[in-house]
Each structure stands twice: as structure tokens, then as C-alpha cells.
Design a protein around this ligand. Structure first.
Ligand SMILES: C[S@@+](CC[C@H](N)C(=O)[O-])C[C@H]1O[C@@H](n2cnc3c(N)ncnc32)[C@H](O)[C@@H]1O
Length: 242
């Protein structure tokens, strides 16, 4: 089954209709950077927006934003449009965003990279269309080489297996080094997060992984070195920041 089909099944649609629309639905790590990057008039792109819950969350922090949500699930986008007619939504793949370079002040993407083996291509696209901030979450571990991929049988209703998607954990140094090599070189890279148990439906079973929010601030050509602020993460990074 394709990713779009997995995320369009009835239980996924129901889950994201009923959850992730309020600030109180956010994980602790998601509440740190988001309110800091939103400002009046900010043009915001939300990649993997499902039924648009983050529009409501973001406008609770800052009512005057220009929000666009994109998702590859037609069903999710139809629901989002119905629920939030005051926002813009589009059916689009995160790998080829139909926007010019530097269009958005904030590009946001949560709960997508943990199911996406090729986070790099999507992140490059998000960085390209941002003129300031890219805010993403990603699961990290130190010293795993490249990437761990397992299978996640998501049980939205707590009983049946409703959707099977990859479960992806990335190598902390690989991710940080990849970000530091984006062009133009980022002005800043900040992180926050904590180790947390992985859902029990992931096969083969995992121990804890670092649930990480990364805030990338876009730089300019010929800009200086990247400011690093990763002290809030329980991981020691080995990265080259020249
Ligand atoms: C787990 S939900 C997360 C929804 C929301 N961002 C949140 O944090 O609650 C993942 C969503 O991302 C969408 N998605 C997954 N891969 C995508 C891609 N390559 N391009 C666009 N949307 C994608 C899925 O269709 C699904 O609606």
C-alpha cells in the first residue's frame, strides 16, 4: 500500500480529526520552539498537515498567520478544507513543493520523518522554500551509522492493525552534519528533546530513542559559521561546523 493510502484509511483520518488540534495535544518538546517562531503576518507552511490541526494550534499561539498546509492524502486535505476554510490546503508531496525559493517564514513538519526513510530530500525542499525557519521533529540515536528502519503497525483504535508504515530512527551525527551542509549554510541549528520509549507496535522492538525537535534558521550565501545550540539534547554530537 502507498503512503498516501496508509494515511488515508478511515482510522487515520478519524484519529487526526479528533487529535492534534489543540495546544494541549502537543508533546512537551513541540511546545518549546513553535511559539517562538510565529509572529504576526508570518507565512507558514505545514508539511504533512493531515486534517489541519496545526493551523488551529498555531493560531492559538499567534492569531495573525498566513497558513498553508500540504499533505499527500486527498481525504485528509478535504477534511482540513472543510474544517478550516479560512486556511489554505493543498494535496502535495513533501518531496517536490510547488513553491518558489524563500516563500515562507516558517516551514513546519511534525510526525513525518519518523515514518520517512528519505528525510534528506524532504528537508532540502523545506529549507529551499523557507526564508527563515524550518522546524521539524525526528527520532535520533547516537552511533547507529546511518539509519534504523523497522515496521510500525499503527493501532489508532487500540486494537486492530490499521496502517503499516516504516518506523525510522536516524543517526544523530549524520542528521546534524547533513543540516550543516545545507546551502546556504544555516545561520543557527537548535535542538530540544528527550529519550522516550518507542511505541510497542514497532517491530523489531526498540528501546528508547531521542524524540528531537530541530529548529534550523536559514543563512545567507557567504554567511558566517552556524550557531549551534544543541545543549538541551541528551546526546553528544560529533560534528564539523567549519
Ligand atoms: C503522522 S501524520 C502527522 C500529522 C501532523 N503533522 C501532526 O504532527 O499531528 C503524518 C501525515 O503526513 C503525511 N505525509 C507523509 N508523508 C508525506 C509526504 N511525503 N508528503 C506530504 N505529506 C506526507 C501523511 O499523509 C499524514 O497525513
Amino acid at each position: 500500500m502507498s503512503t498516501a493510502q496508509e494515511w488515508s484509511n478511515q482510522s487515520a483520518i478519524d484519529f487526526y480529526s479528533q487529535n492534534r488540534h489543540e495546544i494541549s495535544d502537543l508533546y512537551a518538546s513541540e511546545k518549546i520552539f513553535l511559539p517562538r517562531v510565529l509572529f504576526p503576518g508570518a507565512m507558514v507552511l505545514d508539511v504533512g498537515c493531515a486534517s489541519g490541526g496545526f493551523f488551529n494550534i498555531m493560531r492559538s499561539y499567534e492569531p495573525h498567520i498566513e497558513y498553508t498546509g500540504v499533505d499527500l492524502s486527498e481525504r485528509a486535505v478535504a477534511l482540513a478544507e472543510e474544517r478550516y476554510p479560512e486556511a489554505k490546503f493543498m494535496v502535495t508531496e513533501g518531496f517536490g513543493l510547488p513553491f518558489d525559493d524563500n516563500t515562507f517564514d516558517v516551514v513546519h513538519c511534525t510526525s513525518v520523518f519518523n515514518n520517512e526513510p528519505n528525510y534528506q530530500e524532504m528537508l532540502k525542499e523545506m529549507y529551499r522554500v523557507s526564508n527563515r525557519f524550518v522546524l521539524v521533529d525526528i527520532r535520533l540515536l547516537k552511533g547507529i551509522g546511518n539509519q534504523l528502519e523497522s515496521v510500525y503497525d499503527i493501532q489508532f483504535n487500540g486494537q486492530n492493525v490499521e496502517a503499516t508504515v516504516p518506523y525510522v530512527v536516524n543517526d544523530a551525527d549524520e542528521v546534524a552534519n547533513f543540516i550543516l551542509q545545507l546551502e546556504p549554510k544555516p545561520k543557527a541549528l537548535r535542538g530540544t528533546g528527550y529519550f522516550h520509549q518507542v511505541a510497542k507496535e514497532v517491530e523489531p522492538p526498540h528501546n528508547e530513542v531521542c524524540m528531537t525537535m530541530l529548529l534550523i534558521q536559514k543563512g545567507v550565501l557567504e554567511g558566517g559559521p552556524t550557531t549551534l545550540d544543541l545543549e538541551d539534547l541528551p546526546i553528544e554530537f560529533s560534528i564539523s561546523n567549519s
